[in-house]
Every structure is written in C-alpha cells, then in structure tokens.
Design a protein around this ligand. Structure first.
Ligand SMILES: [Cu+2]
Length: 491
C-alpha cells in the first residue's frame, strides 16, 4: 500500500485509527474495504406497519430512546419520534400550507430535523449548527413550496447524523397538490410509504451504532433489511393497483429493487414529485436518500399468491450488489373489481435547458487525496474536492434563484456516492463513464443522485430564493459524518 500516514478520526463520537491515503492507489484503498455484509432474510411473517399520519401544520416530533418490535418475538432498543416505536409519523401537507412542527429533543445528545427535499429558509433546514441540546426544543415553521411528492425528515447534527438515523430517527413527509389530486392515484390504504433500511443487530435484536474501519469506508451495511421498522415483513394486499413510495433510508446500502414475479413497476415519480409520464421499469437502483414513486398492480393475481419486493444483484463497486435478497412479501388476500387506469400524462413540469445555467461548478468526489480537518484538524476520510466539512468555512457562494450546472466527478473513485443538495432541486442532465446513462427514476426533479465509481454526473440545479448557509454532501451517512459535506452560501 502506498499510504502516507495514520491519524485518528472522530467518527460518530468514536475515535478510530485510520490510514490517510494521500494519493493512495486504488489497490491500497480496496484493501481497506473488507468483505460485503451478507443479508439474512427473516421469515416474512411479521405484518408490515404503516406509520400513522400527522398534519405537518400541527406536528410534534419528540426524539427519544424507546423500544420497538423490529424482530419478531424480540423487543429492540431503538430511537423514535414518539414513545413506543421506531421512526416517526408520516407528516402530510398540501402545497401552500405552512408547516408548524415542534421538535422536542429527549435524546442525550444534540439533534435537529432536516426536511429532505423540501425548500425551506436556511434557518429551518436543519443545518448541522442549528441543533437543540438534550431537553431542548426547536420550532420549525415554513411554507410548503414544493410540488406534490415523497419527501422525508431525519436528524442532521454534525457527525451524529449516521448514528441517529441508524438508531431509528426518520419519517416521511408527503406533499400533495391540485395537479396530483386530479390524477386520482391510489390513495388511503392503497398508498403505501415504504422506508427500506438495513441494520446490524445482536441476538437480542438491538442495533447499537458502533462502526468499525470497514463501515466507515463503505457505509455501515447491516444483515437485516427492515421496511417501516420491521425486519422482513409481509403486507396483505387486494388484487388491485397500489402506489408504493419507495425510500432508501439506509446509511450506506444501495438496493436494486424489483418484483419477484418479473412484473414491471410503473414509475410515476422521483425525489421531487411526479414525472411527466409514467414509465414501466423492471428494476430501480435506489441509493441512500433517493425515492421512487411507483404503481404496482396485483390485479389478476390469484388470492393466496405471493409477490416479493426484492433487491437484485448489480455492479456497484467492490462491496455492494453481490447478493440478491427479498425485502417485503405481498400476500394477495382479497380479489377486487377496482379497475384503475394509469393516466397517460402525470405532470407538466418544465425541463431546464442547459443554456439557462449561468455558472458551472465541478466537484471531485473520487476521494483521492483527502487532507481535511473535520473534527479539529484530524485526517479526513471522505471529502469533496479534497476538502472536508468545516463549519467555519463557506465553500461555494451562489446567487439566490440561480440556475447552475453542477458536476459530480467520481471518475477516479472506488466508492458509490449519492450526492445530495440542500436549498435546491435539480434535474439530471447526463452521466458519462460507468453506467453511461440517465435512468427513468432519475428523471423529474431530484435532490439526490448516485455517482458510481468511474462516473461523472451532471445536473442542472435551480437554487431557491432563500438566502443563507446550506450544506451539500454525500448521503452515504458514514461518508457524510466523516467529512464528505461542504457549505454553500446563497445570497
Ligand atoms: Cu459518499
């Protein structure tokens, strides 16, 4: 290995020895990567829970340590936004509503809320510096300016995001608007938000956060895949069309989602709402932070038949995608006369022409020579353009309302990086190298885009009118917490 030296990094409150690879060769980096964590399926005999809904206009979210039935027959120690349960309620709002959400921090460490995908004022965005201390609270108030879509919330404190999200803190934030309502999409019990997360649990079903060197390199990969906080669950469905809002809420694991019967998903939306038109896809590669809004038809399936949501293998660098596994079992329990027809047109959103961009910026996310200073002058493991997160430094200055071309360049990298912007939404223009294309679930408005090793991804971003300091970062939460995050000031 051609590594230059060693240092101690503060990570999630844990000090670990690491090797800083200034100009390290690829072989040297891979040696540190370790083996992939094998997923272990459960029996698919625990019922899928659906989080209760709560109006975002009058919400209270109390982060706390609590317990939940994550694994059948066991009680797991977890975190949740209420007593007696992992995750948090699904917040609901109509475009134009004013959010009023009280965050009560009953954890023993600082925390806050980030509204992932929503455009908010800077001081409402859950910047890592804007936290509530233990026992404290924050009130979030802002108008919902986003289109109808599947957004979510999770903690965003510096170097604690991965730990707190892993322990169970996350929830959906669903926005509707007149355009969506006119489509008559499946609603109520036929509209299922599904957050997919992997955990590494002990024999008692507890998953305390203690990443080792390999976890810090790759993102923490667990052997147990949960949906809505339950391991290997099942859902009873009627033989009709459902809307599934798929969210990868994992720290580091990527899923190549498919249906076991070979049927296509009818893709209707991505991170930031509806696509222009539905598109049939047989697989969706979903990285941490990304969402896919799909219709799945069980019409014509015999009562008693079973269909699995599964993850197929994929080419994803050194440690991901090697294994296929099932995630959720659908049991067709009832026939139906419902004859939902998929609308031919979904949304009239405008494509941003490349020529409308007033500035270009390119970010090297290959993590070649990291000499940062995250955590007080310590070695940086993951970085953007050689820099790691420093709250006292503004890395980019952007004009409010600007349209810009941003390039995430992972050409020389060996790790997948799902890059996430706060304070803006973007459209993916192109991907060169690697997979070499823009996929259907990357159409529409996005806030997170995956750059696989060898790939360069260009997006055109529309920055909001809200002035102030926002962050952008890798949504592999171990990468983010170890410094792969920068600050931009919109002014
Ligand atoms: Cu990353």
């Amino acid at each position: 290995m051609a590594c230059a030296g060693t240092g101690v990094a503060l990570f999630g409150g844990t000090s670990v020895l690491l090797t800083a690879c200034g100009g390290c060769n690829k072989e040297g980096m891979m040696d540190m990567g370790g083996a992939a964590t094998e997923v272990v399926e459960g029996a698919f005999d625990a019922m899928l829970p659906v989080p209760p809904t709560m109006p975002a206009t009058a919400a209270t979210l109390s982060a706390q340590r609590t317990t939940a039935g994550v694994f059948k027959g066991k009680t797991s120690s977890v975190s949740g936004y209420q007593s007696g349960g992992i995750l948090g309620s699904t917040l609901t709002a109509t475009k134009g509503d004013t959010v009023n959400a009280v965050f009560q921090n009953n954890l023993n460490e600082a925390s806050n809320l980030h509204w992932h995908g929503l455009l908010t004022p800077a001081n409402m965005d859950g910047h890592p510096k804007d936290v509530a201390q233990p026992g404290g609270s924050l009130t979030y108030a802002f108008p919902v300016v986003n289109r109808a879509g599947t957004y979510w919330y999770h903690p965003h404190p510096d170097m604690k995001t991965a730990k707190q999200a892993y322990e169970g803190l996350a929830g959906f934030f669903l926005v509707t608007d007149a355009e969506e309502q006119a489509l008559g999409l499946p609603s109520g019990e036929y509209d299922l938000p599904l957050v997919i997360q992997d955990k590494r649990a002990d024999s008692n079903g507890n998953f305390s956060y203690s990443p080792d060197m390999t976890d810090m390199m790759n993102g923490l990969l667990g052997e147990s895949v949960l949906v809505n906080g339950v391991h290997s669950p099942f859902a009873e469905v009627v033989a009709r069309t459902y809307r599934l809002r798929l969210l990868n809420g994992s720290n580091g694991r990527i899923y190549n989602l498919a249906l076991s019967n070979g049927e296509a998903f009818i893709l209707i939306g991505s991170d930031g709402g509806l696509l222009a038109a539905p598109e049939a896809v047989t697989a969706i590669l979903l990285a941490p932070g990304e969402r896919a809004d799909v219709l799945v038809s069980f019409a014509g399936q015999a009562v008693g038949s079973e269909v699995f949501l599964e993850s197929k293998t994929f080419d994803g660098g050194e440690y991901q995608g090697k294994q296929a596994f099932s995630i959720l079992k659908f049991k067709v329990a009832e026939s139906s006369t419902n004859s939902f027809e998929i609308p031919a047109v979904l949304s009239g959103y405008a494509l941003l022409p490349e020529a409308s961009a007033t500035r270009s910026r390119s970010f090297d996310i290959s993590n070649g020579g990291g000499h940062g200073g995250h955590g007080g002058g310590m070695m940086a493991m993951h970085n953007i353009g050689g820099k790691s997160y420093d709250e006292s430094r503004i890395d980019e200055t952007i004009t409010a309302g600007a349209t810009e071309l941003w390039t995430f360049d992972n050409t020389e990298g060996i790790d997948p990086h799902p890059m996430h912007l706060h304070g803006a939404l973007f459209q993916v223009l192109d991907r060169t190298g690697g997979r070499g294309q823009v996929f259907p679930h990357e159409k529409g408005w996005k806030d997170t885009v995956l750059a696989m090793p060898g790939e360069k991804v260009r997006v055109i971003a529309a920055f909001g009118q809200e002035k102030g300091v926002f962050v952008f970062h890798c949504h592999n939460l171990e990468h983010e917490d170890s410094g792969m995050m920068l600050q931009m000031e919109i002014n």
